[in-house]
Write a protein that binds this ligand. Sequence first.
Ligand code: CP
Ligand code: NVA
Length: 303
Amino acid sequence: MKHLLSMLSLSTEEITDILNLADQLKYENKHGIKHHRLEGQTLGMIFQKSSTRTRVSFETGMYQLGGQALFLSNRDLQIGRGEPVQDTARVLSRYLDGIMIRTFEQSEVENLAKYGSVPIINGLTDFCHPCQVLADLMTVREHKGHLDGLKMCYIGDGNNMANSLIVGGLKMGMTVSVACPENYDPDKKVLDFAENNGSFSLVRNPLEAARGADVIFTDVWASMGQEDEAAERRRVFEGVYQVNRKLLDAANSGCMVQHCLPAHRGEEITEEVFESHAGEIFDEAENRLHAQKAVMVTLMERK
Ligand code: CP
Ligand code: NVA
């Protein structure tokens, strides 16, 4: 494994290895066992969109691994003034040991990987959010003891989270059921993958998708970069595409609720459901740290 570009590019074995290493690093972290496995290394973090969790967990994670992280905002980099990503990739590869990037186009991440010579980690694009989904799978496995055979349900926009959850869930042997409004389906590449790789359904009715679920995921109706569509999206999603008590009643007892955050209470999730599952949701947020440390060690450790 050279880069983390999307869940599509990971095998089931690679996902399992990352989750196992994440569990080990979490254990070591909780027991004060130092693991300076990236001593002296520097990760560059390019952000073309906002972030709380991704920025802080990568930065802290790199510190805990004995290295350092540089926050590189689009506002300050020449990339924001039009320097091509191909040139940026080749320059940064001469200084850094790895690059995490959060941006719009998936092709930008792929180009960094193509032109650069250090590991590239996708910290969210319009297409996918693999770091988040590795933490999500880690959290579900931690709570349920396994992933294989569980039913994952996703309610809402067929966005970057939906794309990565579908692929990640199916690769780990989960049944995946998604409810999106018409015209807000997941990416075609993901639907093509899902059609040939396990048990998948895409429906319009959230109650149908939630039936028998062991974990329900949701995400915001309008993602970063879609601010000017927010009113139209609200009109389409409101009152239907929400994780609420009625939806949970259709799921299996003990069904988990996960949200990548930030959450919009009263929109895609009710305050009551959010707060009654807050333990699981903040475990999920915490696990970003451990899962990403596992990704960085896997990609960057010098043997
Ligand atoms: N879930 C997630 O990626 O959060 P941030 O946007 O705060 O990084
Ligand atoms: N779908 C959301 C996820 C944020 C972590 C977005 O792209 O804004």
